[in-house]
Design a protein around this ligand. Structure first.
Ligand code: GLC
Ligand code: MG
Ligand code: CA
Length: 569
């Protein structure tokens, strides 16, 4: 104890002179852990209205401790007309009654604190709801709100009014809506009910900083910043170039190259101004996760301006169930090499905007991505339900409620709607999967809940739940947090990830990218011990935890992945 105190003193002493970063790094509680992304409408309903709420989350916090995640990031629960299910906000510092009250939120955070869990919120700075009083006042040009949003005059072509340019909303169609009272168009990169803010207006940014301060004062540990690359647009309002041969209708924003509406340089300065607000907040270090589907170089730049976790989406977009072992290596190696010194890598397995991992890669490969996120250095980000292998629930057109789905129409909604990955969490095999006592829930429960649910997986040794718990525990192993990393492709179809630290057992992840069973010699290819023990194996591989592998003649079933380690160390 005395020794520990002495060491702490020593480290703090060194820290004061700024010669070592050991103290700073040890303060970075998020390193080498899993962060749990929770979609509040779908996690747990406490009052029986069929929609998840804050008290529901509070009642289940022990579960997050049980699966050994370090922190929970909770999606928006602010006051909202729910056009984009909470990403359209009318009061950035108020709780929507659907979710509960500010007191309920304070109970949630204080329970989380007592359980050692960090809490992060969703910060949605790009837009508000069109019902927000700021927007209503902006329409009327009331100061200081008149320039809070991006307004522009119409273009008159042959005597008819046209939007200022060809910019398209990510939710389909023009990004401009005419306001007859102000006699101008307003910009919305998302739904028409989500007008974009104008971050060139200083008082607007002051308001947003106050939003951060408000939640920091309630004791939160950080924020995920929603769609940060859309923050700023080029003022010249030039048309964006059209991409050739997309095969998409002209109304789809993926037909344009977003050179004027995405990744603009000034975005980074705004982030820096928010970083200062976080750093002024007392207590444990606060963090930013940034959501940017951008080039590697643009994603890396976020580190320099104050993001701790510029989210790495390679498992969500660039890699899929047709990717080979080489494809994975070709994506992962450059990413790891690009991480600035002293910063942490991260691996996003799933989120509320993309198909579920068990659907993207197929149920047999559901654990493969979580295993990569666990064995590779840095933070893993997992979306609620992915730890159970939950799958997309296909929706009919009538069931579709998500705006990008509705706006795409009955023929195309299946490619754009995000409802399938937002269905209620599957707790057990009772009414509505134990999510709600109501048998009608805001989105239908996936019918596979009878077999895919937490209660059942707790009773089964070879379950996604049990795999995930072992993976989250592995993050704390010094070989994972400090060791070297090497990726090797064996026989064209096996990806090996080897982590090493002197004096410790290597940790080896092997993934079979073929659907057939494969024989290979890993001892030779990877230079690892002849006999290793199974630390974790993907569900469906029928490989038992604790089994011994002769690494010079491994047979790995089709689509299986396995983590090996020496038993003794
Ligand atoms: C982000 C969110 C998404 C939301 C959009 C607009 O991409 O993840 O769910 O619809 O921003 O706020
Ligand atoms: Mg409820
Ligand atoms: Ca914007």
């Amino acid at each position: 104890m005395l020794m520990l105190r002495f060491l702490t003193f020593l480290f703090i002493g060194i820290g004061i002179f700024g010669t070592i970063t050991a103290v700073e790094i040890s303060e970075e509680w998020w390193r080498d852990s899993f962060i749990y992304h929770l979609y509040p409408r779908s996690f747990k309903d406490s009052d029986g209205d069929g929609i998840g709420d804050l008290n529901g989350i509070t009642s289940k916090l022990e579960y997050l401790v049980d699966i050994k995640v370090s922190a929970v990031w909770i999606g928006p629960f602010y006051k909202s007309p729910m056009i984009d299910f909470g990403y359209d906000i009318t009061n950035f510092t108020g709780v929507d009654p659907i979710f509960g009250t500010l007191d309920d939120f304070k109970k949630l955070t204080s329970k989380a604190k007592s359980l050692g869990l960090k809490v992060m919120l969703d910060f949605v700075p790009n837009h508000s709801s069109d019902q927000h009083h700021w927007f209503q006042k902006s329409i009327k040009r009331i100061k200081p709100y008149d320039n809070y949003y991006v307004w522009a005059d119409a273009k008159i072509i042959n005597g008819t009014r046209q939007p200022p340019n060809n910019w398209l909303s990510l939710f389909q169609g023009t990004a401009w809506t005419w306001n007859d009272e102000r006699k101008q168009y307003y910009l919305h990169q998302f739904a028409a009910a989500q007008p974009d803010f104008n971050f060139r207006d200083e008082s607007l940014n002051e308001e947003m900083k106050d939003v951060l301060r408000f939640w920091l004062n309630t004791g939160v540990d950080g924020f995920r910043i929603d769609t940060i690359p859309s923050l700023i647009e080029d003022t010249r309002l030039l048309d964006e170039p059209r991409l050739p041969n997309t095969g998409l209708p002209d109304t789809d924003s993926d037909t344009l190259r977003h050179i004027y509406t995405y990744d603009q340089d000034e975005t980074y300065d705004v982030l820096k101004s928010w970083r200062e607000v976080l750093d002024d907040s007392p207590g444990p270090k606060k963090i930013f996760l940034t959501e940017a589907y951008s080039s590697l170089a643009d994603v890396m730049k976020y580190y320099d301006y104050g993001s701790n976790i510029p989210m790495n989406f390679m498992f969500l977009g660039e890699l899929n169930n047709r990717s080979t072992a080489y494809d994975f290596k070709r994506k992962i190696d450059p990413y790891l090499n690009a991480i600035p010194d002293g910063q942490s890598a991260n691996w996003v397995v799933g989120n509320h905007d993309r198909f579920r991992v068990a659907t993207r890669f197929g149920p047999k490969r559901a654990d493969q991505l979580t295993m990569l996120a666990a064995v590779l250095p840095g933070v893993g980000v997992i979306y609620n339900g992915d730890e159970l292998g939950m799958e997309n629930r296909v929706m009919t057109w009538e069931e579709t409620v998500d705006p990008p789905g509705c706006n795409a129409g009955p023929l195309r909604y299946k490619t754009t709607s995000r409802d399938p990955m937002r269905t209620p969490f599957q707790w057990d095999n009772s009414t509505s999967a134990g999510f709600s006592i109501n048998n009608k829930t805001w989105l239908p429960v996936h019918p596979n809940y009878k077999t895919i649910n937490l209660a059942a997986q707790k009773l089964t040794a070879a379950s996604h739940y049990n795999v995930f718990r072992r993976l989250a525990a592995l993050k704390k192993n010094p070989v994972i947090s400090k060791g070297t990393t090497k990726l090797v492709v064996i026989n064209d179809i096996i990806l090996g990830v080897i982590r090493r630290l002197p004096g410790k057992s290597p940790i080896v992840l092997l993934i079979n990218f073929s659907d057939g069973s494969t024989h290979f010699d890993a001892a030779f290819s990877l230079n690892i011990p002849d006999k290793m023990s199974v630390y974790a194996a993907s569900v469906g591989s029928h490989i038992k935890v604790g089994a011994t592998f002769d690494t010079n003649r491994i047979e790995l079933p089709g689509a299986a992945s396995v983590i090996l380690k020496l038993k003794s160390r």
